[in-house]
Design a protein around this ligand. Sequence first.
Ligand code: FES
Ligand SMILES: [Fe+2]
Length: 360
Amino acid sequence: MSVKSQTISLNRQTTTFNHPKRFIEGWYWAIPSRKVRRSQVKAVNLLGKELVIYRGKDGKLVCFDAYCPHMGAHLAEGTVEGNGLRCLFHNWKFNANGTCIDIPCLGKNIPIQLKTWHVEEKYGLIWVWTGDIPKQPLPFVPELENYRCDSLLGSHFEKNCHPNVVMINAIDAHHFNTVHNLPLEIIFAKQQLNENAITFSNITRGGENSFFIRLIRPFYKNAVTYSMCYWYGSTGTVTVGPDFLHFHIMFALRMTENGKTEGQTILITKKRRGILGWLLNPIVLWLTKIVGNYFAKGDTKIFKTIKFDLKTPLKADHAILQFIHHVDSQKTLAWGSWELIEDRWREEDRIWKLKGEAND
Ligand code: FES
Ligand SMILES: [Fe+2]
């Protein structure tokens, strides 16, 4: 079949996907947990916003806007006092709710409130919800939703393109052969978990004429396991491996200045009981790391120079188009201010183009 005959006619522009100034409201990792010890405060720039995160004496994490509402001193210069934070400049003190509870030398208090953000810890990372009230739990692997997990932080990395573009790599079945030398035949079925999460799972048992598939086939009852779960178009978990041992690698990405990517891989496995679990889990996580590294290598060169523009989408790119649609349908915030991008505004603002949507 010629390339032309597989071409899908597309005619649509994106509003959020691959946009250097927009992102989806959600949970984003801010800083590794170990970097914010008890009674420590750290400065964090997350999606263009300056924040401080500190851990009170009680061990609980608190996240504030970074600048003091008095005169704008950076609160990371301040000190944690009990469960509150005191500004270095004129020593105003804020409690964990962001309320100013002490103004030295003034003799009275004035009602000042600092903006706080929801913050949680999971997989050795501190995560911040970029809206007012969290609408979802922290990103999880669907098949491990009801299990306690062990995890390990893998590598920290930067890429020269947008997180959305990095993310679609995992469902770009077309390139598995060409870049990764994996003679896999993959057909994805998508399943929307909720407003912010979607999975793409391989459903085909095809590819039997490949030696590689025949080699691994005995380890699979049904289709070869290959599944990707996306949260906020930015954090994705690959699940691969034989039926008796699934590997889960989470790629937690966030956008940096000018639509580039900073990311962290997280290796996850289900907790296993007893001495066997204690011995086995570090090995499983180590193997997961090897699998994760295998996934990460190969695309580096492409991400350095790509200018994503899906001008000629083929049937093989169908999952990518579904992902783009999923990204564009979520609640969008503006880089830096974290203010809502109104639909009206989106309508008018059609600079970021993609030529379309599958018509099948
Ligand atoms: S700037 Fe923080 S107390 Fe004055
Ligand atoms: Fe790849």
